[in-house]
Design a protein around this ligand. Structure first.
Ligand code: CA
Length: 405
């Protein structure tokens, strides 16, 4: 008697992972699914076939995306995952799973959830130091607040877009040598390789503690927060977080549940100055994440940013965004900020890889670049260790830059 996990599992998408997506079969309506190997399981159909799922959880998956499940809270998504793992690993259940599944090559993926508020953090010490060295070469690379709080900016939810959606080069005011700006397409279009965190449940009065934050961490995706460095540089010094960032931010479409990352949890980097009580994570479970990203330009890998190097953890970022009483809502989303490691080949932006255009970097032995040209495609991939020597694959986050409109 085989199990569905035996029959369908392939490296990276075994029963340890089971990421969620909103998908539609050819000519079918969008629905909520989970991936096992190269199959997308229709969760509603599987629940009808197997039964055994609590009625309220059953209702939360009868929709086209993750919104209802995020609103239902962590008890609902914990119960769903336990049921799903059981369904795909039960001997003899492979036929039932197969009957509820579609090959991933034959489906369309959609935005997996409705983005509520979007926050862009700046949690990588190596990235923040590199940016400091580039823009403030005569000062300390990190500003004095950086190790006391996770620096963040509110972003634009409406331009968080699904992987595979190409977008035109943004336009705006660009700095010029003569001091007067010119209006036109960005000349310094860049990427930011980040991890994106999807939150569920709610905290209407904010003040979510580091310890309580785990209840709100639903899942993780790859995230490319495209950035127009020239527009950004003109709208605020050293770098504005407004129109230079708000035109497009791409997420990968298979949402890896936080529970799938149990074997990837590691101690974050050693802390510097003592933290305020609301950010202090001493004695908490380790919330660093051993995820390795890969940045690929037109099929060529140019960088491998290590998420393990992030100074601030997801629970600390949740505690910070709510400490002033700001509410947390289902569908809230935040990016880690560009992930960069200590090595050059671990930098998560072209700004850093090319040192602001002064040192073009190799894409192939024969070609080098600094910022993006029209028609280039950037793909981010990511993997993490899973339980029992398995691998957790995040799929891909990809888009092509189209000419300006
Ligand atoms: Ca960013």
């Amino acid at each position: 008697m085989t199990t569905a996990a035996d029959r369908f599992a392939i490296k990276g998408f075994g029963p340890e992972n089971l990421p969620y997506a909103s998908f539609s079969p050819v000519d079918g309506k969008p629905r909520l699914g989970a991936r096992l190997g190269n199959q997308a399981i229709d969760l509603s159909a599987l629940a009808d076939a197997t039964g055994g799922l609590d009625r309220s959880v059953r209702a939360a998956i009868s929709t086209s995306n993750l919104d209802a499940l995020l609103a239902a809270g962590c008890e609902a998504w914990t119960a769903l995952r336990a049921w799903l793992v059981d369904a795909v690993t039960t001997a003899g259940g492979d036929g039932i799973v197969a009957d509820s599944s579609y090959p991933v090559d034959d489906i369309l993926l959609h935005m997996p959830f409705t983005v509520a508020d979007y926050v862009d953090y700046y949690a990588s010490e190596h990235h923040a130091s590199n940016v400091g060295k580039i823009f403030r070469p005569d000062e300390a690379p990190l500003l004095p607040n950086w190790k006391h709080l996770p620096v963040g900016y509110h972003g634009r939810s409406g331009s968080v877009i699904p992987s595979g959606q190409d977008f035109p080069r943004p336009k705006g005011l660009r700095p010029e040598q003569n001091g007067s700006p010119s209006f036109g397409p960005s000349r310094r279009l860049d990427i930011e390789a980040e991890m994106g965190f999807i939150l569920g449940g709610s905290a209407p009065a904010g003040e979510v503690s580091v310890a309580a934050a785990a209840q709100h961490l639903f899942g993780v995706v790859l995230f490319n927060d495209w950035s127009a460095r020239d527009i950004q540089a003109y709208e605020y010094v050293p770098l504005g977080p407004y129109l230079g960032k708000s035109f497009a931010s791409t997420i990968s479409l298979w949402v890896v549940p936080f529970e799938a990352l149990s074997a990837a949890r590691i101690t974050p980097p050693a802390r510097g100055p003592a933290l305020a009580p609301y950010l202090n994570d001493e004695g908490e479970e380790p919330w660093g994440l051993d995820i390795t990203m890969e940045v690929i330009v037109d099929g060529h890998t140019v960088s491998r940013p290590p998420v393990s190097a992030l100074y601030w953890t997801a629970p600390q970022m949740i505690a910070h965004m709510t400490v002033n009483g700001a509410p947390l809502r289902p569908g809230d989303f935040f990016g880690s900020g560009t992930v960069s490691g200590p090595e050059k080949g671990q930098r998560g932006s072209f700004l850093e890889l090319s040192w602001a255009g002064k040192e073009p970097f190799a894409v192939t032995p024969d070609t080098e670049m600094s910022f993006l040209t029209d028609g280039q495609t950037v793909t981010i991939r990511g993997t993490a260790p899973g339980p029992g020597g398995s691998t957790i694959d995040f799929g891909e986050c990809t888009a092509t830059v189209l000419p300006a409109t």
